[in-house]
Design a protein around this ligand. Sequence first.
Ligand code: AKG
Length: 250
Amino acid sequence: MSLTPEQVEFFEEHGYLTGLDVHDADATARVARDFDDLESREGKDHCQVGLHGRHIDQQFIWRLAIEPIILDAIEALMGSDIMVLSTHFFCKYPSTSQSAERYVAWHQDITYWGLDPPYALTAWYAVDDSDIENGCMRVLPATHRSGVVEHGTSSEPGNLLSINQEILDVDDSTAVDLVLRAGQMSIHHGHLVHGSNSNRSNRRRCGLTIRYCPPSVKPVRENSLGVPWPARLARGEDQYQHFDDFPLQF
Ligand SMILES: O=C(O)CCC(=O)C(=O)O
């Protein structure tokens, strides 16, 4: 899927695209099965936000990260040289009386990533159907045009972000819910303000974020996880070698 000029223009103006088809029913079900297997080995607690950079050791995640349909869309927005910076699952389980409600506070991706220039795009691939009831991603359109903004610390328990960051005093009256069927994706700009509400359904809501940047972007500071980016070239050429090329382990 290469994007249409109208989609590229929409992205430039609003900072996101949504409802993009990636997989048919069979391929979607295969990804869900692979994730279910991983979940049964790793445990649900760890799967909420603990699965960082697992494209290195899980073939199905690497396959998703270099899925031509996804890369074609990223290429239309970013150019033909594309690094996979990292991958990360956000998996929200139904809240029960024993487990606290989990949500993702309003934030920008790029603020704590230590990149120069601070530029990356995210493809959010829906492993499960993602809707208002189970806490789909929400975005504040066009906020990517304001550059990097200040973050504070969330005072509400249950924020799934790595350092409990939150953009305080957000006017969310323009928020858009990114409702996706399993096998679809959205794409958002690293400066776009986004988050998600807790899962009020009895269904899992799992999405894989795939972070992309051009090889010209340089890691200049530690990111919020304090570990090197598990980066790999996905398409085109890397004339810069700013990132160590992580070997695959499967
Ligand atoms: O999956 C979510 O609810 C949030 C995703 C997110 O915050 C991100 O892509 O950085």
